[in-house]
Design a binder for this molecule. Structure first.
Ligand SMILES: [Zn+2]
Length: 227
């Protein structure tokens, strides 16, 4: 079976999420990691910062989303994918919809707390049909990517806690195959999206972007001056 360039990019970004989750554990956090990427390039990435900042809202997905918006200097991210080792919770899913994120890719499902499998925030078309001024079309969802390796990260963090979470059904079992759920069709043209893009600076001149990327080894040409 051939694998597309898009699939390779998804795998690469999820690999980075697993690395971030392991880094987070070393910093005293739970093993969460998230990446915001566009056209194969990492825009922002984060571990959880709940423990380090004593703030329960500092989930990796929210930290990465917020950072990406600052770096790109626009609220709307229809060209971006949110990657996360675990299915985003509702608290992270609402801002993702508000940011009009184009895709969400995760490894481990969260049937008790998930913003997709439990609360259906991510694919709820009612949000965007009733409040199109606030919420974007439902993103494409890819679930179960590298789920067995992601589970290994959690098991390595704390085998006992992991076993309890599994027994209680808090975490979905490793998927045999990656699942895809199509997002809602997106309008071909939007004045607001055009205004966002025109207002956004070029990626290569974003000092914040370069600073954020300095610690990562997953980026390629955008870090180089003059590109
Ligand atoms: Zn969350």
């Amino acid at each position: 079976m051939s694998i597309s360039e898009a699939d390779v990019q998804d795998l690469r970004m999820m690999e980075r999420c697993l690395e971030l989750a392991r880094q987070g554990v070393k910093q005293g956090e739970l093993p969460f990691g998230a990446v915001i990427a566009s056209r194969g390039q990492v825009i922002a990435e984060a571990t959880n910062r709940v423990s380090s900042e004593c703030d329960v809202t500092r989930h990796a997905e929210l930290v990465a989303l917020s950072e990406a918006q600052k770096i790109l200097r626009r609220k709307r991210l229809p060209d971006c994918t949110l990657y996360s080792i675990v299915e985003p919770c509702p608290m992270c899913s609402f801002p993702a919809r508000e940011a009009r994120i184009g895709r969400v890719v995760f490894a481990i499902s969260s049937p008790v707390m998930g913003g997709f499998s439990k609360w259906d925030v991510l694919l709820d078309n009612n949000l965007s049909s009733k409040l199109p001024e606030v919420f974007g079309p439902a993103p494409e969802i890819v679930s179960g990517l590298l789920s067995q390796r992601a589970e290994q990260v959690w098991n390595d963090w704390n085998p006992l806690a992991w076993r309890f979470m599994r027994r209680r059904g808090c975490i979905g079992r490793a998927a045999e195959q990656t699942s895809r759920h199509a997002g809602a069709p997106r309008p071909r043209f939007s004045w607001n999206a055009l205004a966002d893009l025109l207002a956004a600076p070029a990626l290569s001149v974003s000092n914040v972007f370069l600073r954020r990327r300095a610690d990562s080894n997953t980026i390629s040409d955008l870090d180089k001056p003059g590109v």
